[in-house]
Design a protein around this ligand. Structure first.
Ligand code: FE2
Length: 168
């Protein structure tokens, strides 16, 4: 593996990591959508799947803007988060409880992405890559909005998921 000589190399490394992460999310979301019971949750996840396809395209434009070829590098961090979500889906659960679990997994994914995009934006800004900065900021905004939406949906899902008093 080539030596990371400077911030630009690290920037590319992390871009590759996110390129792979977004693709992993595209593969994982359909199962979560299928298992979700709450209509609002299903829709929010469907919309986010569409957005995520856009994130992949945007990353390709970021690579292009710094004259680099779009390439992925396996991201074990995202794989772990997705695997935990999958495990939860395999458990026997009341539909509302499963929905609450889907939200928990999806928000972990979102926060991982928000952290990664935050770093990428800081690097892009520091290195004066204006186009890359703008593109990455657009995606970060969408991740943040998706996260907020999930919090909103969780309010009714969590209420539905609570066991009735005395049912323990
Ligand atoms: Fe994304």
């Amino acid at each position: 593996m080539a030596k990371l000589e400077g911030l630009h190399d690290l920037f590319l490394e992390q871009l590759k990591d996110m390129y792979d992460s977004e693709k992993q999310i595209i593969k994982a979301l359909p199962k979560m959508i299928k298992e979700a019971e709450n209509a609002q949750l299903k829709r929010a996840l469907e919309e986010h799947l569409e957005e995520t396809r856009g994130h992949v395209e945007r990353l390709e434009r970021v690579f292009e803007s710094v004259e680099s070829k779009a390439r992925g590098q396996h991201c074990p961090g995202m794989e772990g988060i997705i695997d935990e979500g999958k495990e939860l889906l395999e458990k026997d659960a009341e539909p509302a409880v499963r929905d609450a679990g889907i939200i928990a997994s999806a928000q972990r994914v979102e926060h991982y992405e928000m952290a990664a995009y935050g770093t990428l934006i800081a690097y892009a800004k520091d290195m004066g890559h204006r186009e890359a900065t703008t593109l990455l900021q657009q995606t970060l905004k969408e991740e943040e909005a998706a996260d907020r939406k999930l919090t909103e949906i969780s309010r009714s899902v969590n209420t539905d998921a609570m066991q009735p008093v005395g049912a323990h």
